[in-house]
Design a protein around this ligand. Structure first.
Ligand SMILES: *[C@@H]1O[C@H](CO)[C@@H](O)[C@H](O)[C@H]1NC(C)=O
Ligand SMILES: *[C@@H]1O[C@H](CO)[C@@H](O)[C@H](O)[C@H]1NC(C)=O
Ligand SMILES: *[C@@H]1O[C@H](CO)[C@@H](O)[C@H](O)[C@H]1NC(C)=O
Length: 389
């Protein structure tokens, strides 16, 4: 009898160990939800009433710059640490050798997912899809692939369990109600709600209503950071400055309604995630990007600084790379720099080292300096064979 109970107990314990993922606490937050809006200049957004309402409840970042124009490369950059020369919104696909935030998170069993409004089904990889909610009866392209960075990467799409984590807003509402929202979440509203086909006001009002239930202190049981950001600015001729708000229960009470003047880019989210959860890095532009100050302060991180060329930041035209649509600007995928130490003090993810074994004469543009690059200020491939055996 006693023996049977012991065996049963053992079985139950076994189920728990392999069952629902255990929440991995972070330094400044335990969950990050990022929501992306489209194409507005910083200067206009900060004057908007709905945005100002939200701003009272969080930290407003006053010096954040997108990576380039148009939309797609900014989404790619945010999860992969580079946009690989992408200068367009057309179909893009990256080989399995390119890793993303998904690999970093999974290395520590941190759950992640994406919710994309009007995605017709889990893991959908098509270019676009009409909405299902009757909101845009005559329109199409409510969901667009160019605003869902995960499906561009074979390292995501070749693994069924990863595709199954790319869901719709209906799934979000279900998971939110059931307290099953993963620890890292990327969300893109449809082309109407994100402002792409509508106006600045439509998108900010939608955001205020949509975000409200998720930023109350009781919305989640764990400290949750909600990042509302734009992909890029509207005016191509100006430096690519965007508005970004940090919201949610993870924001310390005394910081609500304040501004943070630190220099940030889309790579800052990656650097912050790596620091927060003590993760390895991608060996690309994630290394060297500043960590959101309230998270840096929570853990005692002291390396935030302006990049050397911060004053010259423009980020309006894409530099060369494998995804560039003009043949003369296509170059192979740069090697990650396997020697880089990221914000967490840890090195490059082991699986990345395996995928990119040291090779002779291979230079890398990634130097961990945080310098910003665009077509007028292109990446420089270091003189050293950084990865030579
Ligand atoms: C590259 O993409 C840009 C942005 O969509 C477009 O204006 C340009 O015509 C494209 N160039 C080529 C060669 O397809
Ligand atoms: C992640 O979970 C798997 C399966 O439960 C386990 O074998 C592994 O040790 C865990 N890894 C970490 C870093 O917690
Ligand atoms: C959004 O605008 C694009 C053109 O930029 C158009 O092709 C598409 O049908 C529009 N989608 C909606 C939902 O209105």
């Amino acid at each position: 009898m006693a023996r049977t109970s012991l065996i049963l107990l053992g079985l139950v314990a076994g189920f728990q160990a392999t069952g629902a993922a255990k929440l991995v606490p972070g330094k400044g937050f335990d969950r990050l939800v990022t929501i992306w809006l489209e194409n507005q200049d910083y200067a206009k957004v900060v004057l908007d009433d709905a945005f100002k309402d939200l701003k009272k409840q969080g930290i407003s970042l006053t010096r954040t710059f997108a990576a380039t124009h148009p939309s797609q490369p900014n989404y790619l950059a945010a999860i992969a640490g580079d946009y690989f020369g992408c200068n367009h919104d057309e179909f893009a696909r990256m080989s399995e050798s390119v890793f993303t935030v998904a690999d970093l998170l999974e290395s520590k069993n941190i759950s992640w997912g994406g919710y994309f409004e009007d995605l017709p089904g889990p893991g959908f990889m098509g270019d676009y899809s009409d909405g299902v909610d009757g909101m845009t009866p005559t329109g199409d392209w409510d969901y667009v692939r160019k605003h869902n960075p995960f499906v561009t990467f074979d390292s995501v799409t070749n693994q069924g369990h990863r595709l199954l984590q790319l869901l719709s807003f209906g799934d979000y509402h279900r998971d939110f109600a059931a307290k099953r929202v993963p620890q890292f979440v990327f969300m893109t509203p449809n082309m109407m709600h994100d402002g792409h086909n509508t106006t600045l006001e439509v998108a900010t009002k939608w955001s205020r209503d949509f975000i409200k239930p998720m930023i109350t202190d009781k919305a989640f049981d764990e400290r949750t950071l909600v990042i509302l950001t734009y992909d890029e600015s509207e005016t191509y001729e100006k430096p690519n400055q965007i508005a970004t708000l940090l919201l949610g229960s993870a924001i310390p009470a005394h910081l609500r309604g304040t501004e943070d003047n630190t220099f940030y880019t889309h790579y800052s989210m990656l650097s912050t995630i790596e620091y927060n959860w003590d993760l390895p890095n991608l060996g690309r532009y994630d290394v060297g990007a500043n960590v959101f100050k309230f998270v840096a302060d929570a853990g005692g991180y002291e390396h935030n600084k302006d990049p050397e060329n911060a004053a010259a930041v423009d980020n309006s035209l894409s530099y060369f790379g494998i995804l560039h649509n003009e043949t003369e600007h296509v170059v192979p995928i740069p090697r990650p720099n396997l020697k880089l130490i990221g914000s967490s003090g840890r090195g490059v993810l082991e699986d990345i080292k395996k995928a990119w074994p040291p090779a002779k004469k291979d230079r890398t543009p990634y130097d961990g300096s945080g310098r910003v690059h665009d077509a007028g200020n292109p990446p420089v491939y270091g003189k050293e064979n950084v990865n030579t055996p």
